[in-house]
Design a binder for this molecule. Structure first.
Ligand SMILES: [Zn+2]
Length: 280
């Protein structure tokens, strides 16, 4: 089968921290993987001390543009569609009030752009976001909402009639950080007498709550490249920081999967525990 996957993300670097190993997995299998990114990430803080220099701060938008290109090449994306909105920053910030911020963009015009890409790429599988209850960045919440709306609108020729022939993607999944995954990795670190970076993250999730997981994609053979892609976002990611504190060998040993929740589908998704395309 001619597999096509379209991932929708809010900022450059999100594509390398959410579902990155999965995109490499499908790219390795010959799928065409394409990336839509809503904003340029202009509000990102420089989180890598080595990159916190005046010339980097002044050219952050251009540098993040290049970082995304480098990361996308590692992940195996064939094409990047940049919607060109400005990073909205956090609620109540100055960036959040700007007219060019993604959060203030008119819904119909964002959907118009998203639907045009979906109809052009004709993906069977789309990746969006869950409702981001625990990380309420306005751009992430908007990707959750609009990816879902675009998933349905792309198939309706009466909506956005100039955006190309209607296309009905089969499934929309969200990468999720399930409690089960976080707890398993956390425990694996403690079992090895290593300090776990996940304690604070786990504290934010109320006891007994977990994200539903419908598919777990194997990332054993892709994890190290996914980490290289994240490192390519050199301004945004501290190479000694959070994302790299769990050794690859521990992940491979304890939980070599990325978890996905089926947000919407036209076929019910079926029982395919390790394949987003299973049964399509
Ligand atoms: Zn983001």
């Amino acid at each position: 089968m001619d597999r096509r996957l379209l991932a929708i993300h809010a900022h450059p670097d999100d594509e390398s921290s959410k579902g990155a190993g999965t995109v490499i997995h499908y790219s390795d299998l010959g799928a065409r993987c394409t990336l839509m990114v809503a904003t340029g990430g202009e509000e990102g803080d420089i989180l890598n001390p080595a990159m916190d220099r005046p010339e980097v701060v002044e050219n952050l938008a251009a540098i993040r543009h290049q970082e995304l290109e480098a990361a996308a090449a590692i992940l195996g994306y064939s094409k990047i569609y940049r919607l060109g909105y400005r990073d909205s920053g956090m609620p109540d910030s100055e960036a959040n009030q700007r007219l060019d911020a993604f959060t203030n963009a008119e819904e119909e015009s964002v959907l118009d752009a998203m639907v045009a890409v979906i109809r052009r790429e004709r993906p069977q599988v789309m990746l969006g976001y869950d409702d981001h209850e625990y990380y309420p960045h306005p751009d992430h919440i908007r990707v959750h909402d609009l990816a879902l709306k675009a998933f349905w609108a792309a198939a309706d020729q009466e909506r956005f009639p100039d955006g190309g022939p209607a296309w009905a993607p089969a499934r929309l999944y969200a990468p999720v950080f399930s409690r089960r995954r976080l707890e398993t990795l956390h425990q694996a670190m403690l079992d090895r007498d290593l300090e776990s970076p996940l304690a604070r993250w786990l504290d934010r999730i109320p006891e007994g709550e977990d994200s539903p997981v419908d598919v777990r994609v194997p990332i054993e053979s892709t994890l190290s490249r996914a980490r290289d892609a994240l490192r390519a976002h050199a301004t945004q990611v501290d190479p000694d920081g959070f994302w790299f504190q769990i050794p690859e060998a521990v992940v491979v040993d304890a939980y070599p999967w990325e978890d996905f929740h089926l947000l919407a589908s036209r076929d019910g998704g079926g029982e395919h525990p390790h394949d987003l395309f299973g049964g399509i």
